[in-house]
Structures are given as structure tokens and as C-alpha cells.
Design a protein around this ligand. Sequence first.
Ligand SMILES: [Zn+2]
Length: 130
Amino acid sequence: MLCGDIYFKLMHKGSLKNKLICRFALNTSFIIDNWYEFSKNTVDPDSLIKDDRFSEDFKIDCYFRDFCNTCNSSIPLERLCIRCTNEMESEIKSWKIIRNIIDVLLLYINFIIILFIESSLSKIWRRSLY
Ligand SMILES: [Zn+2]
């Protein structure tokens, strides 16, 4: 099962040594319909863009197969099946930490907005008194 950040290296198998052609990475969260495409512009190194050994329409198609037929990326973490929950244990912990950080940030933003609105209303109220 692949989950999270995936890093690929495309190598040329030489007779003396293997040579790096390019490398590319993605996070499984960005895979849509079990497919992800890399173009000449989205792989490393950048020098590949200028390398005329690679055509302008150079691309790498990555196809994936579902690990589970029940769960998908839009299902809340709490509703994943037992098999996915067990496989994604460390990933789920990371996502919960990220969600907690976002919740705290949203709470803080809401607090700032309320303070701003109260301050504005207070000014309007004071102006209306005079
Ligand atoms: Zn599942």
C-alpha cells in the first residue's frame, strides 16, 4: 500500500554503472482516478527541460490500483475500514495533528474576526451617540 509522499528515481541501466535520468515525487492525496502524469516540466532535474534528447511531449504516466474497494480519499479518517485504518496508522496520526492545527488556527481567526466586528460596532455606536 502506498500512502503519503512517494519518491521515484528513473535510472538508465548502464553496463558499468546506472545513471539517473530523472526523479519525481508526489503525495498520494493528489492522485485522481488512480492516475498521475508527470511532464518534462514537473520532473527533476530542471536541465531536462533544455535537453533535446527528451521530446517536448515527454511524459511519465503513473497508474495505481486501489488498495481497498470500500474506502476512498473523501471518506473521513474515522470511517475508514479496519484494514485501511491498520495500514494507515502513522498517516492517520499525522493527518489528525494537521487537522488539530487547522482547527486551532480557525478558532484564532474567528476570535480575531469577532474582535474586529466588536471594535467596529463600538466605533459606530460611539459615533451615533454624538
Ligand atoms: Zn478501506
